[in-house]
Design a protein around this ligand. Structure first.
Ligand code: KFV
Ligand code: CO
Length: 166
């Protein structure tokens, strides 16, 4: 369909007029808040059969994380287990208020700055004025869950995309 194709092309450009879309190109991961990272990794590997691909400490976000995906899965089939590094972590607050469970949904975007600008112009609250460091050198921002039907949405521009832009 011509309309869909046009919207896709507009979303891929850095130009962002009032009708522009944020350039979502896929799902990146689903984030689960966990109280016991080792136990959660064991559940997802030894019981559910996923493979742990990556482990990282992100002091800026206050989290220790493990990224997993099924054998042979595509890039969007990732589960991110996030545990709090300390009591200042947003995960610590989330666990205290809600307990462990679904925490955020992360969309892969072509350009996180452009996506953030577009969503800001549409009246959504972005958590950061500028992108911050995410998993594996990615650039990330978040949309406030009160503006997205109660779901914390992360926007992820992968390091490969950032390098590709020169
Ligand atoms: N999902 C849905 N609702 C949420 C929520 C969540 N994850 N967290 C908080 N809320 C709701 C909460 O229930 C409450 O609603 C309101 O938001 C304020 O919550 O109706 P209610 O009960 O009033 P507070 O006061 O508990 O939390 P607040 O201090 O406002 O912080 C919320 C928020 C979203 C601003 C904070 O969690 C935040 O800054 N999150 C962004 C950073 C983050 O979550 N980092 C951890 C993931 S790191 C990651 O994914 C990485 C590094 N990566 O690359 O993928
Ligand atoms: Co995440």
């Amino acid at each position: 369909m011509v309309g869909v194709e046009l919207a896709r092309i507009l979303a891929m450009t850095s130009w962002a007029g009032p009708e522009a879309l944020p350039g979502v190109i896929g799902l990146d991961h689903i984030g689960l808040a966990v109280a016991d990272l080792a136990a959660a990794v064991t559940l997802h590997t030894e019981v559910l059969g996923l493979v742990a691909r990556h482990r990282e400490t992100n002091t800026d976000q206050g989290v220790e994380e493990v990224m997993l995906s099924p054998v042979g899965a595509g890039p969007g089939s990732q589960v991110q287990l996030v545990a709090a590094l300390d009591q200042h972590s947003p995960i610590h607050r989330f666990l205290a208020r809600h307990g462990p469970g679904l925490h955020h949904l992360a969309y892969a975007v072509h350009d996180v700055r452009n996506a953030s600008d577009v969503l800001l112009r549409r009246g959504l609250r972005l958590l950061y004025d500028a992108p911050r460091a995410g998993t594996r050198g990615s650039l990330i921002n978040f949309v406030h869950p009160k503006d997205t039907g109660g779901v914390l949405i992360e926007l992820v521009e992968s390091a490969a995309q950032t390098q590709g832009q020169g």
